[in-house]
Design a protein around this ligand. Structure first.
Ligand code: ADP
Length: 334
């Protein structure tokens, strides 16, 4: 049986799938990104050549996979899915490349985690639509060069800074997704409540929007929780009161911080007197992988001004001290 963490991941994926917009017109927000993509899509259709390789960058849950799946639908073509960690050696990439039909999309999630050998192999595939494959072993080995159909790589990354320059340069288009505002998130919650056939008041949708840290995936997860809560404790309708009680039970505060976020702040305050503390030191103290801290916890704390990144490490700002109800000592040396 799969490990529990995989089951949780699979379930999240199925849920994401169910709530994913299918056309560009249904994608909420990201106005400028959508406008630019629309132009590229129109030009691609007119020229009847494959779309140039596209890199999507941004924190988890902001819609990278969503955009990547919408694009082939708009172009009426196929998409294949893989990810950086799944491609351990060049040979793992070969079937995707040879299966790609002309104009189709190969989506590579977490492309910053491609092993260097696979990354290099991908260069020539992306640039010349040609790869070398080695047949046989040792002295009998011979290299066969094969032509590929022109296709499009859509890469998704939470860390474009970790991509090597040669890989980044092979992307003709690069788009960065940013956090959503409350109005956009309210709309996403309302649309997705309909998809889940659940009733939600406007106030409740807004409450979830305010407390989802600008992230649609989080909004969806909170909506799902509020729906369960409403079914058990109310008549099934997610009223403002039900939403508030549901969020309170999940210990999500007025700003959308959860227990883990607050523990980050209190650890930085209690163990490191507010910092500075390095990422790996913090990761050890919290028993949370450094990647998770950097990708999923810190961006929101930085954006809301509760922490700061300095050359010597992370520090809690006065607003951060206040948020967890601690008094910042005077004269603490920084
Ligand atoms: P990422 O690939 O960036 O981690 P996803 O594309 O999987 O994020 O988005 C997670 C979920 O959030 C989707 O299933 C979808 O329901 C919702 N979502 C994300 N972006 C949008 C958007 N722009 N409009 C509507 N829903 C969105």
């Amino acid at each position: 049986p799969p490990a529990p963490s995989n089951r949780v991941l699979d379930e999240q994926r199925t849920f994401d799938e169910q709530l994913r917009p299918t056309r560009l017109s249904q994608v909420i927000g990201q106005r400028k990104v959508k406008e630019r993509l629309q132009i590229v899509l129109d030009a691609t259709r007119m020229r009847q050549t494959p779309l140039g390789h596209l890199l999507l960058d941004g924190p988890p849950g902001l819609g990278k996979t969503t955009l990547a799946t919408v694009i082939p639908r708009e172009l009426d073509t196929e998409i294949q899915f893989t990810s950086g960690p799944a491609l351990k050696a060049p040979k793992d990439l070969v079937p995707y490349l040879t299966n790609a039909i002309s104009g189709s999309v190969l989506f590579i999630d977490e492309i910053h985690r491609l092993p260097p050998a696979v990354e290099e192999y991908l260069y020539s595939a992306m640039e010349d639509f040609r790869v070398d494959i080695v047949l046989g072993e040792g002295t009998n080995a011979r290299t066969l060069s094969i032509d590929l159909k022109p296709f499009t790589v859509i890469g998704a990354t939470t860390r474009s800074g970790m991509l090597t320059a040669p890989l980044r340069d092979r992307f003709v288009h690069q788009e960065r997704l940013t956090y959503y505002d409350t109005a956009e998130l309210t709309e996403i919650v309302q649309i997705n409540a309909k998809k889940l056939s659940s009733d939600i008041s406007d106030d409740a949708a807004r409450e979830i929007a305010i407390r989802c840290r600008g992230t649609p995936r989080r909004a969806n997860n909170l909506l799902r929780w509020a729906r369960d809560y409403a079914e058990v404790h109310g008549g099934g309708t997610i009223t403002d009161d039900i939403a508030n009680r549901a969020l309170e039970m999940r210990e999500i505060d007025k700003h959308g911080l959860d227990e883990q976020d607050r523990r980050y702040l209190t650890t930085l305050i209690d163990v490191f007197t507010g910092g500075p503390a390095g990422l790996s030191t913090l990761s050890h103290s919290l028993s949370i992988p450094a990647d998770t801290l950097e990708d999923e916890v810190e961006p929101f704390l930085l954006r809301t001004g509760l922490i700061r990144r300095t050359p010597r490490g992370r520090t809690v700002t006065p607003a951060g001290w206040e948020h967890v109800g601690r008094a910042k000592p005077d004269n603490d040396g920084d």
